[in-house]
Design a protein around this ligand. Structure first.
Ligand code: ZN
Length: 187
């Protein structure tokens, strides 16, 4: 089933430095980015802040991505949609509820949540341990199949998606705050 989503768009700096994203937990800060014109190419970046509510959870972000491409004023180029996480993916597929259930089942078969993962064995693991570490070995393994990003052609101001193609953020781990970076490149 489709989860409820809370999406906040945040403009990112498009200077030569790595974009720095303010993290105040509310998503309510003033836009810092601007359209930057370069000879023959413009780049525009924004962040979508998401609050996931369950896992696995499909969040259809197609309209949010469309909104960013309109803001960018870029007409022709491409859009990169990138998950900044190792246990949440960005995919393109059909938004048909039964299909989404099928995909969840296949992911669970590929890397079942309750299998043994060394990554989850906190009696032996010492690397990258944080307080309240999530036992999320299954989510990392499922993420292998799906990847972190998608690239969508932007043609005459339109996302050039096929009839049934939608862009999803897919939470694989557990409910938490997430961030998707959207970068539009073109002219
Ligand atoms: Zn992990």
């Amino acid at each position: 089933m489709l989860g409820t989503k809370q999406v906040t768009r945040v403009q990112l700096s498009t200077g030569t430095d790595c974009p720095k994203i303010e993290k105040n937990g509310t998503g309510k800060h003033s836009p810092r980015g601007a359209v930057e014109k370069r000879p023959g190419m413009t780049t525009y970046a924004a962040a979508l802040k998401l609050s996931t509510t369950t896992a696995p959870e499909f969040i259809d972000i197609t309209e949010d991505i469309r909104h960013v491409t309109v803001e960018s004023q870029i007409q022709n180029g491409f859009v990169v949609v990138f998950s900044r996480h190792t246990t949440a993916a960005v995919i393109v597929n059909e938004n048909e509820p039964l299909l989404l259930e099928d995909i969840k089942k296949r992911l669970e078969e590929f890397a079942p949540r309750h299998d043994y993962y060394r990554h989850n064995d906190f009696t032996i693991r010492t690397v990258n341990m944080e307080e309240n570490e999530s036992p999320n070995g299954h989510a990392h393994c499922q993420h292998l199949l799906l990847g972190s990003s998608q690239t969508i052609p932007l043609i005459e101001g339109k996302l050039y998606l096929g009839r049934w193609q939608r862009i999803f953020f897919l939470e694989l781990d557990s409910p938490r705050a997430r961030e998707v970076v959207v970068q539009v490149v073109g002219e």
